[in-house]
Design a protein around this ligand. Sequence first.
Ligand SMILES: [Mn+2]
Length: 456
Amino acid sequence: MKQGIIPDMNDDYSDKNSRLGVLYPGHIEALKARHDHALLKSGASHAVIFSGSPKVTFLDDMSYPFVANPHFLSWAPLGCLPLSYIVYTPGETPRLIYYQPHDYWHVVPGDPVGYWAPHFDIRIVPSMDDIAALLPKDSDKCILIGEIDDAAHAFGIERVNPAMAVNILHFARGIKTEYEVECMRLASRRGARGHVAAEAAFRERASEFEIHRAYCHAVSHIDNELPYGNIVALNSHGAVLHYTNLDREPPDEMRSFLIDAGARVCGYASDITRTYSFDDARFAELIERMDAMQLEIVGKLRAGVDYRELHVDAHRMLGDVLVDTGLAHGDADTLLETGVTSAFFPHGLGHLIGVQVHDVGGHTQNESGTIIDPPSGHPFLRLTRVLEENMTLTIEPGLYLIDMLLEDLRGTPAESHVDWNAVDWLRPFGGVRIEDDVRVTLDGCENLTRDAFAAI
Ligand SMILES: [Mn+2]
């Protein structure tokens, strides 16, 4: 198996003549320019990017699943290469110190092969003792980017994750290169295949556990390769925003299915949610209404849009859905002001996505790291920036029956706006969320998720 590249049923991503191979040189040039700027501003000469070290569980000799430093993963699709380093010095070919231990207990990383490999000066090291000699001699001129649990892994470099450099890199990561977008198109395609298989399993009355297995099989991921734990929620479980239990038995009655699940290609993630009605026409109508609303929000995207305003707009639109479907009475502005829409839709409209599902930099206004706060009353909004061309992000409005939040409306002016009989009707269905990944363009957006479903 080629290091870091998960085999796929139909696509070979590793060839230098593949679409990714053609786009990668432009990506690495963009990365170098970002690092040149970050180094200049930090008064440093070398960036040393550490992939990370395996974390061992308490009182045991087992490791948690390894998660690579996203900065390292941005340079090359090497998600399974612990204890390795990239050394970047402006004007020089980046050096990859590739840790390939002599170890008969574990599968060690394979040889470095792929479209990305010719862009590095690769030094394979079998021992940690070989690393120091390959790092820059002037450690006072280095910055180290990565998580250092053990001082030995810093090799005497004192400037670890300096804010000046990290803010520049995080802000820049908000805008994707063509290569990154192509990785996410492929990840969307992969995820969509899983969603189709999951819906089929739901129609056959499978349990959450079985649906999850059908999904993983279709995307060819084991759990640790998924970009996040699958949310596979039947019936009222759909109201638990991060429901990750997997009931082993199917419910007696199938009503609804909410699935939030993604996939990875070359480190990059997709993040997709769909909701289905088993055979209830009223719930199907609610899903249709939410789907139309989600598409309307997507239709408003373009460079220059303030995501905070879009989030508040989405609440007004949700107010109309609540009224039209009989869940609430009144006008959208009143439902927003009295907190009714927040009780039904208590999370953010979306977030940046990239090598991390919730990519960094969602709140930063500039490369100095100035924070843009979420709008008041909406603390969970993870993206507050003004949208720019080639940002990739999610649009994921939801509507849920969460008793804990609705009960808070009792005794307030909101109480009379809620139709409590309709609330009782919705409870066994849980809720609805529709989530797409999009790339912002100057005058609109590219919908990676809808394109992926259309293509398969
Ligand atoms: Mn999401």
